[in-house]
Design a protein around this ligand. Sequence first.
Ligand code: CP
Length: 310
Amino acid sequence: MPRSELTRLLTRTREMGGLLATPASAVSTLSGKVVANLFFEDSTRTRLSFTVAAKRLGADVIDLLGSTSSVSKGETLIDTACNIEAMGVSAVVVRARQSGAAALIASRVSIPVLNAGDGKHEHPTQGLLDTYTLAEASKRLDSFDLKGLRVAIVGDVAASRVARSAIAAMTTLGAEVICVGPAGLAPKSLESLGCAVTSDLDTILPTLDGVMMLRIQFERYEGAKNPGAASAPPANPVIASVREFRASYALTAARAERMKAGAVVMHPGPINRGIELDAEVADGPRSVILRQVTNGVTVRAAVLRDLIAG
Ligand code: CP
C-alpha cells in the first residue's frame, strides 16, 4: 500500500475516534448493513474488535467459525464465501490458515473482503493498528511521518503475519524496523522486506523507540509443543530450549530498564507470559499493549466504513 493510502486510512482512523465518541451519529453510518465474520482460525482480539467496530457503526454482525461450518464437510472456502455473499451481506472478514486465502476469495466475490490474517502472510488491520499506536505514542498523529523512529520486532518473525504487515506499514511511513531473533526465527531473508535483521537484542535495545514482542507460534511448526512455562523441557524444533530463547530475547524487567526514556513495549497478542514477555513489563508503564487493542476497534471501524460506506 503506498504511503498516501496508508496516511489516508490512518487519518480516517484518527477521525473515527471522534465519530465513535458520539454514538448517535456513528450508529447511522452502517445501519442496515450486515458484516459476516468467517474465521477458520481461533481469534480473540481481531474477531471481537471487528464485531465491536461494526456494531458501533450500526451494522449487524454474523459469525461463521471454522469448527461449525460446512467446510468440515468438504466445502471450499470460495464456495462458502459465495454462499454468504448470496445471502446479501455487505462485507466479509476472513481469517484462514492458508496464505492468500482472503485475496483468493476477493477474486471470486463482488463484496468487500477484509483480511483478518492469512497464514504467515499478512494481517493488514493489525499492521495499521500497530502503526497507529506507534504514531500515537511518539506524538506523530498529525502527519503519521515515522522518520527517525527505530522499532524492533523480536521473536518468531518468520511465522508472523503481524510482523510482515507492520514492517510494510512502518517502513513505508519512514521508520527503521529491525527484526531480532535467532536465525531460525528471524532469518536474513527478511531483509528483502525492507527491514534490518540481527540476532543481538541487547546491543540495540537502548537505541530503540519501540519494541514489539512476538510469541513463538508453536502451533505452526510440525512436531512443536507450546511448553507453557519457562521451566518446561525443550519440546520443539524451532528453538533449542525456552530457557535459551529467554536468555537472549525475552523482554524481562531487567532488559526493559535498559530501554530509553519514552520507548514503548508493544505486543499483538496473545502473549505467552513468562516466555517472550514478562508480566511486569506487559503490565508496566512502557506497555501500550491494551492501547493497541483499543486502537484496533477504531482502525477496523475506519476500514469498514471506508469499504462499505465509501
Ligand atoms: N493480534 C491478533 O490477531 O489476535 P487474535 O488472534 O486474538 O485475533
